[in-house]
Design a protein around this ligand. Structure first.
Ligand SMILES: Cc1ncc(COP(=O)(O)O)c(C=O)c1O
Length: 388
């Protein structure tokens, strides 16, 4: 058995995507989304749209991935940081205390799809003319009660590829008509990158032992893709061209020339055919199963103790000592979880935010995505228990 930390792209999803009825889901049904290669480029476009003056600043959460900090640093904006508590909630008092006359933007992250309390922050933003950006990279399909996350900010970004098995895809939702994005129309990611990422996903998905043999075809295809990649790399080197033959939508990448890339046709078609209510139902059921199993476990801590109505969880977090060893031991057995956010962006004054450092060093995530079944979770729990 192999468990992937992300939803798997299967041959069936790739080929039957056009037949399914279109699902209408927020924010894709608003008609106000601009699509990008991934959410980091959606954020870069949001910052371009703001046209900040040099003295203006952005208030950002100290607990962050790295990837959402990079576009802000590149935009040249000044950044102030606020505290996030170890239960993933914003320290609202700290945030409000750090607002200065120069604060032009407040940036909030709905970690793992769980809603931040934004009523007060929204009110302050409106009163003081501050732009609110919601980072919903983890929160596609998540609601705060009946309100979809991403609908309170002036703008919101979503990383669609974290919830749906697509090669690439993020979007910017603009709620405030004062802002608009201007970019050349319809720049597609190059075909090689879509083929390469799809090949990796097809070969690397969650599989049972019985499916292992069938996976050989995809492993062979991936070997071909890697071979072509080496060839292309060589050609680009000879031509002394920086090249866009392979830009991952994931990892700690930010390529200026990918800023205008949209979502690939393949990804758009898969999104159109996705059964979003089933995805959400399965993720919630897996989360609740793990919650039941781990709620009394004394050798790890749960930063989140319940699954409120409307939340579509990204994964199930536990705080565990020696997180990286736990992650590796599971991974060595083909069971991939998340060693969540090990990268520290140099722009953040980490010494001032011990809680953020604590989360970055100790959070492990069990996958709860739509391909994970109880059998997978039981196997992961058994190995996890041994590690503890
Ligand atoms: C909080 C947060 N914001 C933004 C992003 C960027 O999303 P993407 O990888 O689609 O560019 C990520 C991705 O890891 C993230 O975790």
């Amino acid at each position: 058995m192999k468990v992937s930390s992300k939803p798997s792209l299967t041959w069936e999803i790739l080929t039957s995507r056009a037949d399914r009825p279109r699902q209408e889901v927020f924010p894709l049904n608003t008609g106000r989304c601009e699509y990008f290669y991934s959410a980091r480029y959606a954020l870069a476009a949001a910052l371009d749209a703001l046209k900040l003056a040099p003295q203006q600043s952005i208030l950002m959460p100290s607990y962050n991935c790295w990837v959402e900090v990079e576009p802000v640093v590149r935009s040249g904006a000044k950044i102030d940081w606020y505290r996030v508590k170890t239960d993933f909630s914003i320290d609202e008092d700290d945030l409000l205390a750090r607002i200065r006359p120069e604060t032009a933007v407040i940036f909030v992250i709905h970690y793992l799809g769980f809603p931040q309390r934004l009523e007060n922050i929204r009110r302050v933003c409106t009163e003081r003319g501050i732009v609110l950006i919601e980072d919903c990279a983890h929160a596609l399909l998540s609601n705060d009660g009946d309100i979809p996350l991403g609908s309170m900010g002036d703008m919101a970004i979503f990383s669609i590829r974290k919830t749906v098995p697509i090669t690439d895809g993020g979007c910017l939702l603009i709620n405030n008509p004062a802002f608009s994005v201007k970019r050349p129309r319809s720049v597609r990611p190059n075909r090689f990158v879509t083929y390469f990422v799809a090949s990796e996903m097809l070969a690397g998905g969650t599989t049972t032992d019985a499916q292992r043999l069938g996976q050989m075809v995809f492993l062979c295809n991936l070997a071909v893709a890697r071979f072509v990649r080496i060839g292309l790399k060589g050609i680009h080197k000879i031509l002394q061209d920086r090249g866009d033959y392979l830009v991952y939508p994931s990892g700690n990448n930010f390529r200026e020339y990918a800023k205008n890339w949209g979502m690939s046709d393949i990804s758009a078609a898969i999104v159109r055919g996705s059964d979003f209510s089933r995805i959400k139902e399965l993720r919630r059921a897996n989360f609740l199963y793990l919650l039941e199993k781990l709620k009394n476990e004394e050798r790890c801590m749960l930063p989140i103790h319940s699954l409120p109505k409307g939340v579509c969880p990204l994964f199930f977090p536990v705080i565990v000592r020696d997180r990286d060893r736990v992650y590796r031991e599971l991974k060595d057995r083909g069971l991939s979880g998340h060693n969540w956010w090990g990268d520290f962006h140099s722009a953040v004054p980490w010494d001032s935010f011990p809680d953020a450092v604590y989360l970055k060093e100790n959070v492990f995530g069990f996958p709860v995505h739509q391909d994970v079944v109880i059998n997978n979770l039981d196997k992961m729990l058994a190995t996890f228990n041994k590690c503890l």
